[in-house]
Write a protein that binds this ligand. Structure first.
Ligand SMILES: [Zn+2]
Length: 149
């Protein structure tokens, strides 16, 4: 049963990853709220790169669980940002189009973005050598709430 054991390990690592990310986001929001003198937070919009290795459902659950009492009424919204790639050979940049890929490849790229180099090629010159300009990371796009005074 080696294969299912491996799968289990992968799942656990992913879960830890989402929780660690959520913790970092909550801590960043606390600092930001303090600096911007927010009395109450209503909504936080997070940006997530399309190639970021993250399970959005687990991530949202983790965010809700980790909210300190101070942010009780806070809702999270997540916007996924499309990836943008740039060819290192000819300089062409293009958007990553998920729909053009087979479903299993799409899944693999979601979990292991590095693998995308084996499946994606520059639409102009055909080179598989490209860099990822956009589409990774998690960031705070917007904070809504009530300020002090
Ligand atoms: Zn090219």
């Amino acid at each position: 049963m080696l294969s299912s054991f491996k799968l289990w390990i992968l799942t656990c690592l992913l879960v830890v990853h989402e929780w660690a990310l959520a913790e970092a986001v909550i801590s960043a929001i606390s600092k930001l709220a303090e600096r911007e003198k927010f009395r109450r937070l209503d909504e936080v919009v997070l940006g997530v790169g399309e190639l970021q290795q993250i399970d959005l459902q687990i991530f949202k659950l983790a965010l809700d669980q980790l909210k300190v009492p101070k942010f009780e009424g806070l809702r999270f919204r997540i916007r996924v940002e499309a990836a943008e790639l740039k060819c290192r050979a000819c300089g062409k940049s293009w958007s990553f189009d998920r729909e053009m890929l087979e479903e299993d490849v799409r899944e693999m790229i979601h979990f292991i973005p590095e693998i995308s180099h084996a499946y994606l090629k520059c639409p102009r010159c055909g080179s598989p050598d490209f860099e990822i300009l956009k589409g990774r990371g998690v960031w705070i796009r917007e904070i809504k709430g009530e300020k002090l005074g």
